[in-house]
Design a binder for this molecule. Structure first.
Ligand code: GLN
Length: 281
């Protein structure tokens, strides 16, 4: 895209509208970048519509727009995302939290009793663990991720929200043998063939390690439910498991859980009416 020259904000907005239509990238994302550069809300933008951006702001806007046109998600450009009404730091080392996952947190909060011990497996940016602890401080929350970079971001998010969560850099289970009241996970669940069909925002920018799973996307559920980490590492069990699942995975999730010896599997839908969560005990 051609560099935009310095224009009054009102003209700039019209220009961004044209760019949005041309590229198919939602106007909202363009406006978020502009708001961030000016440190303004949308109303603030409107009130300052006669002003021009200075050189530094214009340079930054042009850089951001270039990245947006490369399909880089706006959350990575700005380094933050919203989840359950809170702001979280994100980087390309972690998955951008999805609104569906808020449903998982809501489900757990409706079931958890004060003081319960919870493990969040594959915590990524830490959104599930931190939101649970911030919403119900009596919960004891542990969280794992295999990626050291993800753990560093999750720790930062916990600190920013004043939450004490114990983080472990580990493959699924923390190093100590423990029993949890609840184990929650939004693990990678995209099968290899489906991965190829994902939009470029996801496939070219989000971490493959956070998305892709073997065994038709079921590998992590199987490993968690069968308590079978890689040889030599610890294992954990729980009274109840909560998973986010792919919307076509309900039946295989049920079969997998019954085969692993569980007695009850409940599948719940997300706000779009798609099968999205599994509650297993
Ligand atoms: N638990 C994090 C989330 O829900 C990360 C999930 C993942 O990386 N698969 O956003």
């Amino acid at each position: 895209m051609a560099k935009i020259p310095g224009l009054p904000i009102s003209d700039l907005l019209r220009h961004l509208e044209v760019e949005s239509r041309r590229s198919g990238i939602p106007l909202n994302e363009f406006v978020m970048l502009l708001c961030d550069i000016l440190g303004e809300s949308r109303t603030g933008l409107y009130l300052r519509r006669e002003e021009c951006l200075n050189h530094a702001q214009m340079d930054l806007l042009n850089q951001y727009l270039e990245r947006l046109q490369q399909h880089e998600p706006v959350q990575y450009i700005l380094g933050r995302a919203f989840f359950y009404g809170r702001e979280f730091t994100v980087s390309p080392a972690v998955l951008i939290p999805r609104p569906e996952t808020e449903g998982l947190v809501e489900l757990i909060l409706s079931q958890a009793r004060p003081g319960m011990k919870i493990l969040d497996i594959g915590t990524g940016s830490g959104v599930i663990a931190v939101t649970l602890k911030a919403s119900e401080p009596s919960l004891m929350v542990d969280a794992t991720d295999i990626s050291a970079e993800a753990i560093a971001i999750a720790r930062r998010n916990a600190d920013n929200h004043g939450c004490s969560v114990h983080f472990f850099e580990a493959d699924l289970f923390p190093p100590l043998l423990e029993h949890y009241d609840l184990i929650v996970s939004n693990p990678p669940y995209i099968a290899p063939d489906e991965y190829l069909t994902l939009p470029p925002q996801v496939r070219d920018h989000e971490p493959v390690i956070a998305l892709l799973a073997e065994d038709e996307g079921l590998d992590y559920y199987r490993r968690i439910l069968s308590h079978s980490p890689r040889p030599g590492s610890a294992t954990c069990s729980a009274t109840r498991y909560f998973f986010e699942i792919g919307y076509r995975q309900a039946e295989s999730m049920e079969n997998l859980a019954y085969e692993a010896g569980f007695e009850r599997v409940e599948i719940l839908k997300d706000l779009n009416g798609l099968d999205r969560f599994a509650m297993i005990d």
